[in-house]
Design a protein around this ligand. Structure first.
Ligand SMILES: Nc1ncnc2c1ncn2[C@@H]1O[C@H](COP(=O)(O)OP(=O)(O)OP(=O)(O)O)[C@@H](O)[C@H]1O
Ligand SMILES: [Mg+2]
Length: 249
């Protein structure tokens, strides 16, 4: 359902993605791990064209894009791709002047042209799903980080994307709030939501992932099931990364 081939991306002289190939099947949870600076965020941002790749191709269902340096992607294509990819950022990025329910209604009204009543009832159902039905009318600053992140997940889901993209959804949270967010993501996984998740939470990764991708220095070092990548890799650099992580625990 998502196919990425030979994806390249540079920032000036710095080549950050050096030919990435990957496939995400419908209903699959793919987790991306790897050292800081290896290109995980950049790769994720290429999925919804927050970064435009220099070379390679990206296909999401019927949308197929070939990238060449300097070529412009039509705005229409960018919008239709974004509509199918809900993004959840590390820092939630909720609209501060809107209530929780306002945040979850916004995209439905502006992008999907739903009526306010329809958007409101859908938003309420989603807030209920992430355990926040009672917080619908409060503003982001009145919510904890974990609650804000759950509103952000509800907001990302509200436009019914094909895939949800998460960039370290718990790394800005106090440790005691991490669990409530991971629980929501695990529930979505059980319901068959297609997701691509960048995370440093290895136990969560092992638990939720159908496939894990280990990136290093702009390439995929290892990919496979959690067991294959986390327990059976023989790649020295992958082992070095994983050993360093387990040393930190
Ligand atoms: N907009 C940008 N302009 C210039 N360089 C950038 C830009 N975005 C990222 N980079 C560089 O690209 C490299 C990869 O960054 P990226 O954010 O993708 O890494 P990451 O794997 O997500 O790291 P982390 O685990 O720390 O989040 C880094 O060297 C970073 O400095
Ligand atoms: Mg990152």
């Amino acid at each position: 359902m998502i196919e990425i081939r030979d994806l390249h991306k540079s920032f000036g002289p710095l080549e950050v993605l050096k030919g990435v190939d990957l496939t995400v099947e419908h209903g699959q949870v793919m987790v991306i791990i790897g050292p800081s600076g290896s290109g995980k965020t950049t790769l994720l941002r290429c999925f919804n064209l927050l970064e435009i790749p220099d070379k390679g191709s990206l296909a999401l269902n019927t949308i197929k894009l070939d990238f060449t340096p300097g070529a412009k992607i039509p705005q229409r294509t960018v919008l239709s791709l974004r509509q199918q990819t809900g993004m959840v950022f590390q820092s939630y990025n909720l609209f501060p002047h809107m209530t929780a329910i306002g945040n979850v209604m916004e995209g439905q009204v502006t992008v999907q042209k739903r009526s306010k009543e329809e958007a409101r009832s859908k938003a309420l159902a989603l807030l209920d799903k992430v355990g926040l039905a009672d917080k619908a009318e409060v503003y982001p600053h009145q919510l904890s980080g974990g609650q804000q992140q759950r509103v952000a997940i509800a907001r990302a889901m509200a436009v019914e994307p094909e895939v949800l993209l998460f960039d370290e959804p718990t790394s800005a949270l106090d440790p005691e709030l991490v669990g409530e967010v991971l629980k929501v993501i695990k529930q979505l996984a059980r319901e068959g939501m297609t997701m691509v998740i960048v995370t440093h939470e290895m136990k969560f990764a092992a638990d939720v992932a159908d496939r894990i991708i280990l990136m290093d220095n702009g390439v995929i070092l290892e990919q496979g099931t959690p067991q294959q990548v986390l327990e059976q890799t023989k790649n020295p650099r992958a082992l070095q990364f994983l050993n360093r992580l387990s040393g930190e625990e």
